[in-house]
Design a protein around this ligand. Structure first.
Ligand code: FES
Length: 162
C-alpha cells in the first residue's frame, strides 16, 4: 500500500494530536507510545492497520513498533470491552492472594484472562505492579485503582461499572 493511503487510515484529529506530540520530542520515534495511546483513545484499541499507519508516520519499522506495543501492556491490540479489568500479579499482590483473587474475578465475570464478557462490558487482562503495593492485592478497572480488594466485595465493585 502506498504511504499516503497508509497514513489516511488515521483521522485528521489523530494525525493532529500525534504531530503535536512529535513537536515536543527530539525525534519522531520517541512519540511511539503516545501515538498508539492517542489512536487507542479514539478507537478503543490499536488494529494492525492503525499500527502500520503509525509506524509509517513516525518513520519506524512495523516490527519495532509492534514490539513496543507488545511490551507495553496498556496498548490493546484486540478490541476490548467498555471496562478493562487488570488484576496485579506482581510479588506483593501475589503474597497477598492475587492468584485467588484473579480466579474469583474470572468466576464472577465468567471469563478467563484475555477474554471479554459476551455483553462487551469487561475485558480481563494481566498487569504487573500497579505501584500501590501497600494496598495489595490491587486491581484496576478502567482508570480506577482499587486496593485491598477482598473477593466478597467483587459484586459491589463490578456493579459500579455499567
Ligand atoms: S505488586 Fe501489586 S501493586 Fe505492587
Amino acid at each position: 500500500m502506498a504511504e499516503p493511503a497508509l497514513i489516511q487510515v488515521l483521522s485528521d484529529e489523530e494525525l493532529r494530536e500525534i504531530e503535536e506530540e512529535c513537536s515536543h520530542l527530539p525525534d519522531r520515534k520517541s512519540a511511539a507510545i503516545d501515538a498508539m495511546m492517542i489512536v487507542q483513545r479514539h478507537r478503543g484499541w490499536v488494529s494492525d492497520e492503525s499500527l502500520a499507519a503509525i509506524a509509517r508516520l513516525l518513520g519506524m519499522s512495523l516490527e519495532s513498533l509492534d514490539s513496543i506495543a507488545t511490551f507495553y501492556n496498556l496498548i490493546y491490540r484486540k478490541p476490548v470491552g467498555r471496562h478493562v479489568v487488570m488484576v496485579c500479579d506482581s510479588v506483593s499482590c501475589y503474597v497477598m492472594g492475587a492468584d485467588g483473587l484473579r480466579k474469583k474475578v474470572e468466576e464472577h465475570l465468567g471469563i478467563e484472562l484475555g477474554e471479554t464478557t459476551p455483553d462487551d462490558r469487561f475485558t480481563l487482562l494481566p498487569i504487573v505492579c500497579l505501584g500501590a503495593c501497600d494496598r495489595a492485592p490491587t486491581m484496576m478497572i478502567g482508570d480506577e485503582l482499587i486496593g485491598d480488594v477482598r473477593s466478597d466485595q467483587l459484586a459491589e465493585i463490578f456493579g459500579r461499572f455499567e
